[in-house]
Design a binder for this molecule. Structure first.
Ligand code: HSE
Length: 333
């Protein structure tokens, strides 16, 4: 579900990696149905991805494609026989829709879900995870936080056996880019325009600059790593619109970053003054997360937080993990 930047990149990557995925993991997936916001295609024997993508590029939708089917997305999810739904429609942080209904449809019809859509999880993560568990299904979402950087897999697989006492991170590339540019004397508005031109910011950048995108990612991280049982309404949120970067602050070797924190005082997103040598002070549109584990201490992971190709790589990683799970093997780090 969803044939935008990430959806197309995911299908392309499936084609490019096909041989390797089969050789390394015995994974040879058939894509039986694909839908964008208005049109859908279905072939129980497997769609021809190359032809489908070429049609989508040329026509802008699946209208007129030989395997086009007149079914709304909910019926498609219910009626198509498939093992997994890949849900990558745009994130709506207020209602979670249409992703939330798609994911619930998959649950009802017995399909695993892989998603990079933050909305449904930010709004209903504790209930969704429990429902999937209850039905013996998996919902995997490593692309929701950090694009292709495996923050979620890192904390779960590489820090297993230890309690995570706090999470602090830069979870939004747009605001990190803007704050970096403001250090060089560029105004907030000009830096935002640059971030939009570079494709970091959402079309409506409110969720980026006002901190809601960071809050959604923090909810997912905190539930995942700290078992917090929280949703968006549990986060105190302040964005970067009022931030002023005084020369004196920069001269003292400090700067400001939008930091998302989950600790024993709760969840919050706010601009914070940090020394320039703090591991969370990263350049450009990068993301960085410090996990503090009870015994081994602080671990910081830095990487690109967005991008179609990068997020598609996270979806493929989830697909491999699902395959290992279905085979009864262990997941990857
Ligand atoms: N607009 C988001 C960001 C994209 O700037 O981080 C990735 O979720």
């Amino acid at each position: 579900m969803g044939l935008g930047v990430v959806g197309k990149a995911f299908l392309r990557l499936l084609m490019v990696e096909r041989e390797d995925l089969y050789r390394k993991y015995g994974l040879d997936p058939s894509v039986v149905a694909v839908a964008d916001s208005k049109t859908a295609a279905y072939n129980p024997l497997g769609l021809n991805i190359e032809r489908l993508l070429e049609h989508k590029e040329r026509v802008g939708s699946l209208e007129g494609y030989p395997d086009q089917i007149d079914l709304d997305t909910k019926s498609l999810i219910k009626e198509v026989e498939a093992e997994v739904l890949v849900e990558i429609t745009p994130s709506n942080l207020t209602t979670g829709e249409p992703g939330l209904s798609h994911i619930k449809g998959a649950l009802i019809s017995g399909k695993h879900v892989i998603t990079a859509n933050k909305g449904p999880l930010a709004i209903e993560m504790p209930a969704l995870v429990e429902l999937f568990d209850h039905k013996g299904l998996r919902i995997l979402f490593s692309g929701t936080v950090g694009g292709g950087t495996p923050f979620l897999k890192f904390v779960k697989k590489c820090l297993s056996g230890e309690r995570i006492v706090s999470i602090r991170g830069v979870l939004n590339g747009t605001t990190n880019y803007i704050l970096n540019r403001m250090e060089h004397g560029i105004s907030f508005q000009d830096a935002l325009k640059e971030a939009q031109e570079k494709g970091y910011a959402e079309a409506d950048p409110t969720n980026d600059v006002d901190g809601w995108d960071s809050a959604a990612k923090l909810v997912i991280l905190s539930n995942w790593a700290m078992d917090s049982g929280v949703t968006m309404s549990d986060v105190t949120v302040k964005g970067i619109r009022d931030v002023v970067l005084h020369r004196d602050l920069l001269k003292e070797g400090k700067t400001i970053r939008l930091i998302a924190t989950s600790d024993d005082e709760g969840l919050r997103v706010q601009p914070e003054v940090l020394p320039r040598n703090d591991p969370l002070v990263v350049p450009d549109a990068l993301n960085a997360v410090s996990f503090t584990a009870e015994i081994s201490g602080r671990h910081t992971l830095v990487g690109k937080g967005a991008g179609g190709k990068e997020t598609a790589a996270a979806l493929i990683r989830d697909l491999v993990e699902l395959k290992m799970y279905m085979r009864g093997g262990v997941g990857l780090c």
